[in-house]
Design a protein around this ligand. Structure first.
Ligand code: CO8
Length: 259
């Protein structure tokens, strides 16, 4: 499959890497790009050999938002009836394998929202996060008003959504928006290292962990804890649980079969 707005490759046979590639527009997210991204994500999700996916951009921009030029002249009727802008933005949420966002440069508007839809964010020290939609007369439309407060708390989320100020990588790490910050020239290796660690584990256990952590954002504590318990119990039906625990008991490295 050939793509025009993204680049797709694999590393070590187990990690899928998708690079957003509209450099002239700072990777602004248009309909074609989001459709290609969804196709590539689904293909990696369906590929048995892939254990983890990395989504990244360029040094200057992860993505500077939804494509303002493309949506400038839409009417309410256009966007509501056609579900334009938003219709192909949810795919990343449906991916069952972990997706790591490796963010350098601008992650603004829909770019920040796309990064937050991923499972965790590793940032380069030049990363800048923001929800500047208020400056162009709209608000975040891909979950920014919901995921940002869950990640950084109400006060910082309000500050960012209402003043449009950007958060640098150091602040983003302090606030819990990103899991790690590294110099730009280490970003690809850091993300790949994390992805290789993940892809070395039992695929079933990894999917269950992702599903259960995500539950924390979508329901109450009691439901989440019960959901986690049922998933935890169900992992005892897998060969990987037997292998992982036997390997520990016998002081050897496990060989997971993802069964
Ligand atoms: N859309 C389209 N083109 C863009 C975008 C964008 N979001 N961002 C940058 N570009 C283009 C510029 O127009 C420029 O193109 P050209 O060279 O042809 O004029 C090129 O990229 C380089 O940009 P700048 O010259 O502006 O570069 P600077 O370094 O001066 O500034 C900034 C960089 C600060 C990132 C600046 O470009 C900027 O403010 N961009 C817009 C940021 C923004 O407002 N983002 C939010 C967009 S709205 C949104 O994302 C809503 C999400 C809703 C999602 C709904 C789906 C579910």
């Amino acid at each position: 499959m050939s793509y025009e707005n993204i680049e797709v490759r694999t590393e070590a046979g187990t990690v899928g890497i998708i690079t957003l590639n509209r450099p002239k527009a700072l990777n602004a997210l248009n309909d074609a790009l989001m459709t290609e991204l969804g196709t590539a994500l689904k293909a990696f999700d369906a590929d048995e050999s892939i254990g983890c996916i990395i989504l990244t951009g360029s040094e200057r921009a992860f993505a500077a938002g939804a494509d303002i030029r493309a949506m400038a002249n839409y009417s309410f009727a256009d966007v509501y009836k056609g579900d334009y802008i938003t219709r192909n933005w949810e795919t990343v949420r449906s991916i069952r394998k972990p997706v790591i966002a490796a963010v350098s440069g601008f992650a603004l508007g829909g770019g920040c929202e796309l990064a937050m839809m991923c499972d965790f964010i590793i940032a380069a020290d030049n990363a800048k996060f923001g929800q500047p939609e208020i400056k162009i007369g709209v608000i975040p439309g891909a979950g920014g008003t919901q995921r940002l407060p869950r990640a950084v708390g109400k006060s910082k989320a309000m500050d960012m959504a209402l003043t449009a100020r950007m958060m640098d990588a150091a602040e983003a790490e302090r606030a819990g928006l990103v899991s790690r910050v590294v110099p730009f020239d280490k970003l690809a290796d850091e993300a790949l290292g994390a992805a290789l660690v993940i892809s070395g584990f039992s695929r079933i256990a990894v999917m269950a962990a992702k599903e259960s952590v995500n539950r924390a954002f979508e329901g109450g504590l009691s439901d989440g804890v019960m959901f986690e318990r049922r998933l935890f119990h169900s992992l005892f039906a897998t060969a990987d649980q037997k292998e992982g625990m036997d390997a520990f008991v016998n002081k050897r490295e496990p060989v997971f079969t993802h069964l």
